[in-house]
Design a protein around this ligand. Structure first.
Ligand code: NAD
Ligand code: USQ
Length: 405
């Protein structure tokens, strides 16, 4: 297939591009490199030294003989160029990773909220309307998030996207299938909830074939392809805005920084290893919905864990200390989470679960590149409200360690 990977310079997009190219697909990356600019804005850098996207593609060709095209294009702002590109290239499939994906970044200030909404909603809508206008028959696979559901399950497992409800009518109860009610916990997660409505409309109105992958928190760093050459190494975010919880705990352990647990660490979240992310995208591509069918929604996660259990596991493995910090986010202090992921299991996913070997691998990568870490960028200081901002701990390493336990 000819596959466009939107956001293919990012943490999930790059290994997916390599994986699909390795399988013999013709891969084109579209990216505006905004993530690299955000690193500059925040004064941080990937833990791992990333080459330019052009250089990464050159090394891939040198190693494998396979070509990955790169196209510098802003999906949110360059509608005409996007439409023209789609009309000329007519990809068979489009994998859409290209959004501002950090919840803390989306909550930093009003400007960051505006940017995140404009970027994410416009990127998705521009893509959908350009697909209709050009008449290409591509299968769109979008990377959504488990966070659209919110995290407190009512005791029943969260289904894959849809919920059967009964509505009281004057003539009795009537059944209806609805999108599972959204309950986003940040402006970023809110944009993913809005994306869902855009997909529902364009599938119903124009028969677009769309799969939305509600992905959990991705951990790990390498995949089979990124291991092939040092210059194919993946991005690795550790800072307080873009670093995600398990990867952060692993780098914190590697540099002797206390593990930064927010609140009591009672938050339960869904997780997936990066290697399974790329495999799930492959599986989703092989199982496109028919034109006119409802949006296919998969829960792309393999296991759930409580944040403090992860911290305890990493502490036991590495000897790291745990710091319980005031939570900069507005979120439930404790929640349970039960999630269905039957669709991917039925397609043959054999989940990689947390195991010491893979955790060790990340700690090793972190130790190797520890000299690139700016410890001042480790604390998560983006607060969800002005009130919370006054309580944020900006120096978890300092002597004033606050404990809420
Ligand atoms: P990332 O920030 O590393 O990559 C996103 C890429 O998209 C970047 O290279 C960025 O430059 C590009 N981009 C953003 N806006 C763009 C635009 N307007 N035009 C063109 N390119 C643009 O993020 P990631 O971790 O690789 O996540 C990819 C997708 O997966 C996101 O949509 C995210 O919501 C979703 N996701 C990620 C995780 C995770 O833990 N990383 C978990 C669940 C879902
Ligand atoms: N947390 C800590 N300590 C830290 C960092 C985070 O306790 O140092 C806690 C947070 O308070 C939160 C949980 O860990 O309760 C998860 O935080 P996270 O930053 O790992 O994940 P999140 O903000 O939800 O976002 C990430 C990705 C996002 C994706 C989402 C999937 O950045 O793109 O959509 O995971 S999910 O969480 O399933 O919605």
């Amino acid at each position: 297939m000819k596959i466009a990977i939107l956001g293919g310079d990012g943490f999930c997009g790059w290994p997916t591009a390599l994986h699909l190219s390795d399988q013999g697909h013709e891969v084109h990356i579209i990216d505006n490199l905004s993530r690299r600019w955000i690193d500059t804005e925040l004064g941080v850098q990937s833990l791992t030294p990333m080459d330019s996207i052009q250089e990464r593609c050159r090394i891939w060709k040198q190693e494998t003989g396979k070509v990955i095209g790169f196209h510098l294009l802003d999906l949110a702002k360059e509608y005409e160029r996007l439409r023209q590109w789609l009309a000329e290239e007519a990809p068979d499939a489009i994998v859409h990773f290209a959004e501002q994906r950090a919840a803390p970044y989306s909550m930093k200030s009003d400007r960051h909220k505006v940017y995140t909404v404009n970027n994410n909603v416009n990127a998705t809508h521009n893509l959908l309307t350009a697909m209709v206008e050009t008449g290409i028959d591509a299968h769109l696979v979008h990377l959504g998030t488990m966070g659209v559901y919110g995290y407190s399950s009512v005791g029943a497992p969260i289904p894959e996207g849809y919920l059967d409800v009964e509505i009281d009518t004057p003539t009795g109860k009537k059944g209806q299938e609805i999108l599972y009610p959204t309950r986003p916990g940040s402006v970023y997660h809110m944009t993913k909830s809005l994306d869902q409505i855009l997909f529902q409309f364009y599938a119903q109105n124009d028969g677009l074939r769309i799969t939305d992958l509600h992905q959990g928190i991705v951990w790990g760093t390498h995949t089979d392809q990124t291991r092939r050459h040092p210059q194919l190494i993946n991005r690795f975010d550790y800072d307080g805005d873009y670093g995600t919880v398990l990867n952060r705990f692993l780098i914190q352990a590697a540099i002797g920084y206390p593990l930064t647990v927010h609140g009591t660490g009672g938050q339960t979240r869904a997780f997936i290893h990066l290697q399974d992310t790329v495999r799930c995208v492959e599986l989703a591509l092989s199982d496109a919905p028919a034109a006119g069918a409802r949006v296919k929604i998969f829960n792309q996660m393999t296991e759930t864990h409580r944040v403090r259990d992860l911290a305890e596991m990493v502490a036991k493995m590495t000897g790291a200390e745990i710091a319980f910090l005031p939570n900069p986010r507005k979120e439930a202090a404790e929640n349970d989470l039960i999630v269905k992921n039957d669709n991917f299991l039925a397609l043959g996913l054999n989940p990689i679960t947390l195991e010491e070997g893979l955790l060790d691998e990340v700690v090793e990568v972190a130790r190797k590149f520890a000299h690139r870490i700016d410890r001042k960028r480790v604390p998560a200081v983006s607060a969800w409200t002005k009130d919370i901002a006054g309580r944020v701990e900006t120096d978890p390493e300092g002597k004033r360690l606050k404990s809420v336990s």
